[in-house]
Design a protein around this ligand. Structure first.
Ligand code: XMP
Length: 513
């Protein structure tokens, strides 16, 4: 049975993915579509509601984004957010102008007063903080609409025409700063659009398995398993669907974290799949001897990875399907302009040029990261895999500054494991989004017992971030840092000094190389 669907029509705002995530959190399936999507295509999807997103433009300008006004006569409920609200108002006969003074131009947290007899504000407190970011405002609202929220500065914070199911809000209900924002979205979905809440991971999982079985038939499936969340969950889903036809190739380049290879292998032991673990440590380390330039390290590892994978694929023979762990944010973002290459990311997904296969399967392409994790749990993957923090494809190679040796990799593995253990012990493993140790190639003098040491300096890195594009350094309590430091210098031979990295991104990056 098909899920009910809501369409988030994207006018180019910053929070559009967040809107879609919020809708799904409310148990309703939704997809983000560009505002240029033909109306016929939107209609064919039979949405129960549409949400217009924010965007950077001004509706009264000639070339601002617009959709076919017929969207307003077809009878589907619409919620407009920020630009989306202004667009609705402008198109239906209201007047939107540039805010002339600071009173109508609002940015940031704003005390807002709601008319709780309006369906979308049902059950909300009459007053709350909402988060605004608009330079335009609605000077006059269209006929048939009434004002349903205001702030101290602005009378027109929200408008509604309940008879047609049209609602518009100037503020951003999707961001955390807005109190009860998700509740408002939920009201729109359930009170206005008639949502039933049929988007659950359990159902999705069952349906995805049935679809994969149908598509694959008795074909052979190949998957490159990196041990990261996406490829692990994709592997678990395929294992559940077509286990005996699935081969997972896990290339262990010897630059994994402590016990990581074993953990990944153990997680898949419950399925009857063909699991190939390629122990390629000496091969990779051999190629990396004397290499200290970060981009060169990445390039060597990326190429070697493909070569090893290709050799394994050849052994398997004919492959019908190759699995990729593409997730929904990649799908929405593709087509956006190419940013400057700061680091050449190596992802094990990008292999199709090198392996002979008929078709690609992307079983996660409709899911957000948190949904991927939920699906992983549904499939019985252990929590340490499902909640795994991002780990770069080149692994510890880019966390060992300078040239790489097995000895250095072992030192780093031990130190990193202690750091991660203590962060978890302190209960910080969910609030710090990524944390790891870096082995610098600086050595310094120390004293241990009565003797002089001349050992490596280890750097600890911990960041908080939502998108990994920008990040702040994590304020790890001194006591935790102290415990980590004492343990590492005592337990790991070769390290006699620990520093904590207190730079944000930008100007630094999260990884050191
Ligand atoms: P940077 O260091 O660029 O990292 O601030 C941003 C995020 O990307 C991860 N990262 C990688 N992930 N392949 C990956 O799959 C890579 O080559 C790679 N390099 C960095 C990094 O760990 C952080 O989460």
């Amino acid at each position: 049975m098909k899920n009910q669907i809501v369409i988030v029509l994207d006018f180019g705002g910053q929070y559009n993915q967040l809107i879609a995530r919020r809708v799904r959190e409310c148990g309703v399936y939704c997809e983000v579509k560009p505002y240029t999507t033909p109306l016929a295509e939107i209609k064919a999807m039979e949405p129960i509601g549409i949400i217009f997103t924010g965007g950077p433009d001004s509706v009264y300008l000639e070339d601002s984004p617009k959709v076919d006004p017929e969207i307003f006569t077809w009878g589907v409920p619409i919620l407009g957010i920020c630009y989306g609200c202004q667009f609705m108002s402008h198109t239906l006969g209201g007047r939107v102008t540039e805010a002339q003074d600071d009173t109508a131009r609002e940015y940031g947290k704003t005390a807002t007063y709601y008319d709780t007899s309006c369906k979308i504000f049902k059950g909300l407190p009459e007053q709350g903080i909402s988060w605004m970011s608009h330079g335009d405002y609605m000077a006059a609202i269209p006929e048939g609409f009434s004002l349903v929220a205001h702030s101290d500065a602005c009378p027109n914070v929200a408008i509604a025409d309940e008879s047609r199911g049209f609602y518009g809000v100037q503020y951003h209900p999707e961001v955390n700063h807005t109190e009860n924002g998700v509740k408002m979205i939920r009201n729109f979905l359930y009170e206005v659009c008639g949502a039933k809440g049929d988007w659950t991971m359990g159902d999705y999982c069952k349906r995805a398995i049935a679809e994969i079985r149908e598509k694959v038939g008795d074909g052979k499936v190949l998957l490159a398993l990196s041990g990261g969340v996406d490829s692990s969950v994709a592997a678990a889903l395929l294992a559940e669907a077509v286990g005996s036809q699935l081969t997972c190739v896990f290339v262990d380049h010897g630059l994994m974290r402590k016990n990581e290879g074993d953990e990944v292998e153990a997680a898949f032991s419950k399925w009857d799949i063909h699991f190939v673990r390629v122990d390629a440590e000496s091969r990779f380390l051999g190629k990396l001897v004397g290499v200290s330039e970060p981009e060169q390290k990445r390039k060597i590892i990326g190429e070697e990875f493909i070569r090893v994978f290709e050799e394994e694929a050849k052994k398997i023979g004919r492959v019908d399907f190759l699995v990729q762990g593409t997730i929904y944010p990649d799908v929405i973002e593709s087509g956006a302009g190419k940013a400057a290459v700061i680091k050449s990311h190596h992802n094990v997904g990008g292999l199709p040029d090198y392996v002979d296969f008929k078709e690609i399967i992307e079983p996660l392409r409709l899911l957000f990261k948190d949904e991927v994790r939920q699906l992983g749990r549904e499939l019985g993957l252990p929590e340490y895999l499902v909640m795994r923090q991002p780990f770069p494809g080149p692994g510890l190679a880019i966390r060992i500054i300078g040239d790489i040796t097995k000895e250095k990799a072992d030192i780093l593995r031990d130190a990193d494991a202690i750091f991660r253990e203590e962060i978890a012990n302190a209960g910080l493993d969910r609030s710090i989004n990524q944390y790891f140790a870096v082995l610098t190639n600086t050595r310094s003098v120390g004293v241990m017992g009565d003797g002089r040491t001349y050992d490596y300096t280890l750097a600890l890195r911990g960041v908080t971030t939502t998108d990994f594009m920008t990040a702040d350094w994590a304020r790890i309590p001194y006591e935790v840092l102290d415990k980590v430091s004492v343990r590492i210098v005592n337990e790991v031979k070769g390290i006699n000094r620990i520093v904590y990295d207190i730079t944000s991104k930008p100007p630094a990056t999260i990884e050191w190389e």
